[in-house]
Design a protein around this ligand. Structure first.
Ligand code: NAD
Length: 491
């Protein structure tokens, strides 16, 4: 199947005919191409989205939109096996994780179908005001045309997390997938087309961030941009939106800490550390990348962790037994390797990993890596690595642990492991992060808010908050008294 942009219900090449290669990270083979689009294609997509909104999408009921969202969910479900395999070829992740992603995407469209339906009953909610002659009612109205920019680490899931709430809210969409993993997003557009979504409601434009993504961020016809990606790209998007006074939600990177107190079961702790740090090769915005361990269990936990990390099965994502697949690209592996080299130069000591696996001669693999003696000014402590690289440090007491955990410019997620429930709550309240996991690390639920603080971004995706990101709140105020208002002496 040829991979084309989806604009106004039509499948089309970029205007220049230029393409970008699609590479399998496990074999390094270029096996497909996507269009290399820019401002002109984005403009066509925005015009199509504006026309679709005016032609009737804005006036659909939540119940009508819910039917379409459920049809999209059913379409993903039907093709889940093939989509999971395509996701693995596109971004390298283990097939077991890709299968989970597909069920997450299905659940996401179903969940927002329910919220779209419920929205119908929430229109016209009264607000009590201080003057009884006035009646104030609230309306939730679609923001308009929205621009959705997503990364490559959970390609279909990230698209679903934004497209489903935007459509539920009654917006029309210009979606820009990552140039490194666009294929399942294009399949999503095909599924939406087959589900009967009107032309122009969902448009997908492929291309580079600096060209296509930048054009989405700077387009005056886009009422709101929802961006998920790196902090540096987020800064550029914010600058472009500032020129337009344009609304924006940012979900950016992280450097999340996990605090492990000495009352935990060590084997359980190791499992959650692996889940937090090695899932999707550590290419997770909320990945646990700094583990803080209480002094008295430090050596014992480290020994178990080393054993578990070295036992992880590294290989091609399509192999069912693989636990750690390749990184997304040669550039990403080089970036990870360079950060580890720099970290070692700055005094870190590697417990394991720190190189590509010897037995795999093709693919962008990098061994799961644990770094010790990482000082607070070390690059491995401060920078998001976005790979299977974990720092482990020790702490003495609770106050020190919290201080270390909060020592970051990021604030996406944090975790605390302890058998003491009161301590977990106390610590959770003091961690500066949008998400705190207690006695676990990594789970994301469609019903719960997702997003960070500090340089991890602002606003919340998922849950009802995710849909309200795409709704504008309007007040309709009616003067209900028979008496003249009288301020200007009207008779
Ligand atoms: P990236 O910032 O390079 O790219 C993300 C998307 O933005 C891509 O579609 C890209 O083409 C586009 N883009 C790049 N530069 C742009 C620009 N100047 N203007 C507009 N769009 C632009 O990030 P990535 O490498 O694809 O993904 C990894 C990053 O994403 C990590 O930092 C990770 O933490 C973050 N992330 C955050 C979340 C979250 O929920 N907070 C989720 C997943 C990934």
């Amino acid at each position: 199947m040829q991979n084309l942009n989806f604009i106004n219900g039509r499948w089309c090449q970029s205007l220049s005919g230029e393409t970008l290669p699609v590479t399998d990270p496990a074999s390094e083979e270029n096996y497909a191409e996507i269009p290399r689009s820019g401002a002109a294609e984005v403009d066509a997509a925005v015009q199509a989205a504006e026309a679709a909104l005016a032609a009737g999408w804005r006036r659909t009921t939540g119940a009508q939109r819910a039917r379409l969202l459920r049809a999209i969910a059913a379409g993903i479900q039907q093709q889940a096996g093939a989509l999971a395999e395509l996701e693995v070829r596109d971004c390298g992740k283990p097939i077991t994780e890709a299968r989970y992603d597909m069920s997450d995407a299905v659940a996401c469209f179903e969940y927002y179908a329910g919220l779209a339906e419920a929205l119908d009953g929430q229109q016209g909610t009264p607000v009590e005001v201080s003057d009884p002659r006035f009646e104030v009612k609230l309306r939730h109205e679609p923001a308009g045309v929205v621009g959705l920019i997503v990364p490559w680490n959970f390609p279909l899931v990230n698209a679903a997390w934004k497209v489903a709430p935007a459509l539920a809210a009654g917006c029309t969409v210009v979606l820009k997938p990552s140039e490194l993993a666009s294929l399942t997003t294009l399949r999503l557009a095909r599924i939406a087309e087959e589900a009967g979504l009107p032309a122009g409601v969902l448009n997908v434009v492929c291309g580079l961030g600096s060209e296509c993504g930048a054009a989405v961020a700077a387009h005056p016809g886009i009422a709101k941009v929802s961006f998920t990606g790196g902090t540096e790209s987020g800064r550029k998007v914010m600058q472009a939106r500032a020129n337009l006074i344009g609304d924006l939600a940012l979900e950016l990177g992280g450097k999340s800490a996990m605090i492990v107190f000495d009352d935990v079961d060590l084997d359980h702790a190791v499992e959650w550390i692996l889940m937090g740090s090695m899932y999707n090769q550590g290419q997770v915005c909320a990945a646990t990348s700094r583990v803080l361990v209480q002094d008295s269990i430090f050596d014992a936990l480290l020994e178990k962790l080393r054993h578990a990390v070295q036992g992880l099965r590294v290989g091609a994502g399509l192999d069912d037994s693989t636990q750690v697949g390749p990184l997304i690209s040669a550039a990403q592996r080089e970036r990870v390797a360079a950060l580890v080299r720099q970290g070692v130069e700055q005094g870190a000591r590697l417990l394991c990993g720190g190189e590509a696996p010897g037995q795999l001669d093709k693919g962008y693999f990098y061994l799961p890596t644990v770094a010790l003696d990482v000082s607070r000014d070390n690059v491995l402590w401060r920078e998001e690595v976005f790979g299977p690289v974990l720092c482990v440090a020790r702490f003495g007491n609770e106050a020190q642990a919290i201080e270390l955990a909060n020592d970051s410019r990021y604030g996406l997620a944090a975790a605390v492991l302890s058998d003491d429930g009161e301590r977990r709550e106390r610590v959770a309240a003091q961690l500066v992060a949008g998400i705190v996991w207690a006695n676990c690390s990594g789970p994301a639920f469609i019903q719960a808010p997702w997003g960070g603080v500090k340089q991890s971004g602002f606003r919340r995706g998922l849950g009802e908050w995710g849909m309200h990101e795409f709704l504008e709140l309007k007040q309709v105020t009616t003067y209900t008294s028979a008496d003249a208002w009288g301020h200007f002496n009207a008779r």
